[in-house]
Design a binder for this molecule. Structure first.
Ligand code: PGA
Length: 250
């Protein structure tokens, strides 16, 4: 079977609803040139979701959110629930991004609750994991990733995506070498196989951290890298779609 790839744009806190609509239209146009073995999804800010979802209906581009709160409903001022997102026909939700772990103090336990809430509403969580530069230099990369993954996966099902994003590579222009990334992706694949048996083989493991059109091909040809989570380069339709176009065929 040919390899299937998944390329996801994480727009972070960028684009007003009208700017988002313009960007989505450009992506829809350019997507026509991309082979079907590459699935594409975008994750705009909450305020743009409704409008973008309407523009994407009838296309093969999926849409997701960047966060949720695990409570079902009620007195959680400022928060958004999984069922609110599902009602917009969203497919994905990014959870545990390092910016949320660092700036908003999210810990592994909270992220675990969010993953369970997402799956209970039939959303596919994109769980982000990654080590700091200090952890890498101290030889703790795999221990950190192992803890982040195992704490998140306790009694959840295999409807999920993992994104490995070394924190020192996010938005810095520094990318992990393909070999560095592959080593961590292999380790993650083994954890998934242990946890889910054969179903673990079908879970996407995305690389994220300064992925660009010119470094995407060498990352995406690694055996255990099945896609990318793209920040900065997803804000320009051409560079986002060119990353998708770099996925090897066959
Ligand atoms: P970047 O961000 O591509 O701008 O490095 C990736 C991410 O944070 O998901």
């Amino acid at each position: 079977m040919d390899r299937q790839y998944l390329i996801v744009g994480n727009w972070k806190m960028n684009k007003t609803p009208s700017q988002s609509a313009d960007l989505v239209k450009e992506i829809v146009d350019l997507r026509r040139g991309i082979a079907s073995h590459v699935a594409i999804a975008i994750c705009p800010p909450f305020t743009s979701l409704d409008r973008c979802a309407a523009l994407l209906s009838g296309t093969d581009i999926a849409i997701g959110a960047q966060n949720l709160y695990f409570g079902k409903e009620g007195a959680f001022t400022g928060e958004i629930s999984a069922s609110m997102l599902k009602d917009l026909d969203l497919k994905y939700v990014i959870l545990g991004h390092s910016e949320r772990r660092t700036i908003f103090h999210e810990n592994n336990e909270l992220i675990h609750q969010k993953i369970k809430a997402a799956q209970a509403s039939q959303l596919t969580p994109i769980l982000c994991v990654g080590e700091t530069l200090n952890e890498r230099e101290a030889g703790q990369t795999l221990a950190t990733i192992g803890e982040q993954i195992l704490s998140a996966l306790n009694s959840v099902d295999s409807n999920l995506v993992i994104a490995y994003e070394p924190i020192w590579a996010i938005g810095t222009g520094k990318t992990a070498t393909p070999e560095m990334a592959q080593e961590v992706h292999r380790f993650i694949r083994e954890l998934l196989l242990k946890q889910f048996g054969e179903n673990g083989q079908r879970i996407h493991i995305l690389y994220g951290g300064s992925m660009k059109p010119d470094n995407a091909a060498s990352l995406l040809k690694q055996p255990d890298i099945t896609g990318g989570l793209i920040g900065g380069a997803s804000l320009v339709a051409e560079s986002f779609v060119n990353i998708a176009a770099a996925a090897p065929n066959g």
